[in-house]
Design a protein around this ligand. Structure first.
Ligand SMILES: [Zn+2]
Length: 445
């Protein structure tokens, strides 16, 4: 049998394996889609493809646990919007105007953009299911990009008023057909999840129906929660608890304004949280709760979320997540007229959220999120030789606080090299960007 073998040689590996930080110069041998060996020195054989990783940091690919990929062509459109403006304009006006072909272009563009920045796994929270063709197009865009991830089958973008304002409409039952048609194996790169409105955007009976639909299909169920005043107004976590619906298959995006008891419930039931710090700060969702989630021991990851408002880079989200926790801590100290003696969160904690933390949120930590023998070969190489990165005193702070998308030299997903020497492979980017430009002109004009 002809096996493909790739040897990544001479790099500094950073990975959190079983809660232990590995930071060492090690070689990695990849065989087909899996990590086959990690060792101090692995001698290259004749049939190996060797990647010289000297001067590189070798990491597991980043995991973006929450993004609306279909908004990818509209960069900057929502950059000055509040949540209410976003709902009324992006979901109210742009979403209904998207054709299935537009969704394909948007998803492909967004997924490739994510790959370029070192994200190898993404949760596409797809509330653009305007027709069966739209879901097919969204799935095809994701699959054609070569990224790993979950397709979060959501609701139609045809009327935000009906679907997102205390909606009484149940989640589309077509989820069943979509699963049968497109998602037959958990081993595929793209698997399915359900992206529901939950108790802040639909009534509790609908939320109950939607969660049970997800459970009937064996799918992870994700919803937005704790967004600004919606948190105390709807008291969503408590409502779900009263209905006995909380369980480890539920994922909550944001959770900014849930209360202490809610955090305890999420920890007790093993639910996960996706923090998307940049957009939360902008749109008035509340302060990112990274520090609190970690304190409660809740499974937590990071996400980009509204790509029409913020950058799609995990580097930005890591930095904002980290510095916001510090800002909250320092402000608290100042309010007591004290200076903090030490910081309660480090760059290590945030790197963990962006890798193995995200993998746990998506229930994929047995496959990805760390560099370990037997895991899928989702690997990224970050160059430390670029200006702005060099000299590097600490590789972890380099990744979290200094690196940019252009420092991502190589990206590999399931052993397939999709970016090399800083360049994306396999895609006609010019044609794709032209298509994206055309669709923006068509919809915005
Ligand atoms: Zn979202």
């Amino acid at each position: 049998m002809n096996r493909r073998k790739i040897l990544i040689k001479g790099g500094t590996i950073i990975s959190i394996n079983n809660n232990q930080l590995i930071k060492d110069q090690l070689d990695i041998l990849i065989e087909n889609d899996k990590i086959f060996e990690i060792n101090k020195t692995i001698i290259a054989e004749e049939d190996f493809t060797v990647i010289d990783a000297s001067g590189m940091i070798v990491l597991p690919g980043f995991v973006d646990t929450h993004r609306h990929l279909w908004e990818s062509p509209f960069k900057g459109m929502a950059s000055n919007w509040t949540l209410m403006e976003y709902l009324q304009n992006m979901l109210g006006k742009i979403a209904p105007a998207m054709s299935a072909e537009d969704v394909y272009t948007a998803n492909l563009l967004g997924a490739i953009e994510a790959i370029n920045s070192g994200i190898t796994t993404i949760f596409d929270w797809s509330h653009i299911i305007n027709s069966p063709e739209h879901s097919r197009a969204a799935i095809k865009g994701l699959k054609d990009s070569g990224i790993r991830g979950k397709f979060g089958f959501g609701t139609p973008g045809t009327s935000v008023w009906e679907w997102f304002y205390e909606s009484k409409l149940k989640h589309p039952i077509e989820a069943k057909e979509i699963k049968k048609e497109h998602f037959n194996s958990d081993d595929d790169l793209i698997t399915m999840a359900l992206a529901i409105r939950g108790p802040e955007y639909s009534d509790i009976e609908v939320a109950k129906h939607d969660i049970l639909l997800g459970r009937e299909l064996g799918l992870q169920v994700s919803m937005h929660i704790g967004g600004g005043t919606f948190g105390p107004k709807y008291n969503g976590i408590q409502k779900l608890c009263n209905e006995k619906l909380l369980d480890s298959d539920l994922n909550f995006a944001h959770a900014n304004t849930i209360n202490k008891n809610d955090f305890k419930l999420l920890a007790d039931y093993g639910c996960s949280i996706s923090v998307t710090p940049e957009v939360e700060l902008q749109m008035g969702l509340g302060l990112p709760i990274t520090g609190t989630a970690l304190k409660f021991g809740i499974t937590t990851g990071l996400g980009i979320d509204v790509i029409s408002a913020t950058s799609g880079s995990m580097f930005d989200q890591m930095k904002i997540a980290l510095q916001t926790v510090r800002a909250i801590q320092n402000e608290k100290s100042y309010q007591n007229l004290e200076m903090a003696e030490r910081l309660t969160i480090t760059d290590r904690d945030v790197l963990k959220l962006a890798t193995i933390g995200g993998a746990k949120v998506l229930g994929l930590d047995n496959k990805i999120g760390s560099l370990e023998i037997g895991k899928q070969a989702d690997v990224i190489l970050i160059s430390i030789n670029n200006i702005g990165m060099s000299p590097t005193l600490d590789q972890i702070s380099s990744v979290v606080l200094y690196a940019k998308d252009q420092d991502v030299d190589t990206v590999m997903i399931a052993g397939e090299i999709v970016k090399r020497n800083g360049k994306l492979l396999n895609f006609d980017l010019e044609k794709l960007m032209e298509k994206a430009n055309n669709l923006v002109n068509k919809i915005v004009s």
